[in-house]
Design a binder for this molecule. Sequence first.
Ligand SMILES: [Mg+2]
Length: 127
Amino acid sequence: MTYGEPVDLSGTDRRAHLRALLAARTLAERPLADIVAERVRQDAKFGGRRDYDDGTGSPNARAAADLLREVCKAAPDDGDTWADILAEEVAEAFAETGGDRAALRRELIQVAAVCVAWAEALDRRAS
Ligand SMILES: [Mg+2]
């Protein structure tokens, strides 16, 4: 597997991958293991393949992304909050049109990465 390539999580590969992630011991790995477990739960509840429209790229979504980017830029260096950062990333994803699938995917990965970082921060506070 090459870093950044989608992982085939079908069949036995999926179970092996899940076992490896659930065995994660470091603080940074725990949110990722929890995410995989949540994805498995979602697939069991809603089915493995859901083909919704993206619903992104509206003028309002682009305006919201511009506004939230300015909010984050205007905050003092020590004034950023996880909520502000995540809101900016979600707004950027919503602003992407489905026409550029790579750009939308990149923004969704940024959203996921911020969620993981925020969960890591919560775990650090609890330890
Ligand atoms: Mg972004």
